[in-house]
Design a protein around this ligand. Structure first.
Ligand code: FES
Ligand code: FES
Length: 167
C-alpha cells in the first residue's frame, strides 16, 4: 500500500497496527506533529487527511491508503511560511510551540468546514457557508489545547488569516 504525504508517495507501514502519528514521526521523520496525550484529548497530533482534520494518534496509518495526508511540514516551511504561521508569529499565538502544529493544521481544516457550511454548537444561522466569528473559532478549536495559555493569540491569528474566506 502507499500513502500520499505532503505531496510525496510513500510506502505504507509494514505493521498495520502502527498509528498514523507514530508512522509520521518515527518512520517518516516528520516530527512536526506532536504526541501530547496519545489518546485523543489534546489535539497536538492533528493533521489533514484529504483536507479534513483528524487526530493522528487515534488513526491507523494503514487506514489512509490512497488518501493525501498533510502535516505542518506540508503547509509551510521556515523559508516559506503559511499565512497562518506568519499570523501566529505576529499575534503571539504560542509560547513553547508544542501545540502549534496541531493548532495550525486544525485551523486550516476548520476554515474549510466553515466554507462548506458545516455547523457547530454555536452556529446561529445555517447556510452554504458560515461566518468565522470569535465564538465559532473558540468552539471549533476547543479540541486543541494550549497549556501555555496562548488561546487569545491563537484565535486572533486565525481570525486575521481566515475571517474573510468564510464570508
Ligand atoms: Fe493525539 Fe493528544 S496526541 S489528541
Ligand atoms: Fe505551549 Fe501551546 S504554545 S502548549
Amino acid at each position: 500500500m502507499s500513502i500520499l504525504i505532503n505531496g510525496a508517495v510513500v510506502e505504507g507501514p509494514e505493521d498495520p497496527r502502527i498509528s498514523l502519528l507514530d508512522f509520521l514521526r518515527e518512520q517518516q521523520g516528520l516530527t512536526g506533529s506532536k504526541k501530547g496525550c496519545n489518546q485523543g484529548a489534546c489535539g497536538a497530533c492533528t493533521v489533514l487527511a484529504d483536507g479534513e482534520r483528524i487526530l493522528s494518534c487515534l488513526a491507523l496509518a494503514a487506514q489512509y491508503e490512497g488518501q493525501e495526508i498533510t502535516t505542518i511540514e506540508g503547509l509551510g516551511s521556515a523559508d516559506n511560511l503559511h499565512s497562518l504561521q506568519q499570523a501566529f508569529l505576529e499575534h503571539d499565538g504560542f509560547q513553547c510551540g508544542y501545540c502549534t502544529p496541531g493548532q495550525i493544521c486544525s485551523a486550516v481544516g476548520m476554515a474549510a468546514e466553515l466554507k462548506r457550511g458545516v455547523p457547530s454548537h454555536v452556529t446561529q444561522a445555517l447556510g452554504s457557508s458560515i461566518a468565522m466569528t470569535r465564538d465559532e473559532v473558540r468552539e471549533r478549536m476547543s479540541g486543541n489545547l494550549c497549556r501555555c495559555g496562548a488561546h487569545n493569540g491563537i484565535v486572533d491569528a486565525i481570525l486575521e488569516t481566515f475571517a474573510e474566506v468564510a464570508q
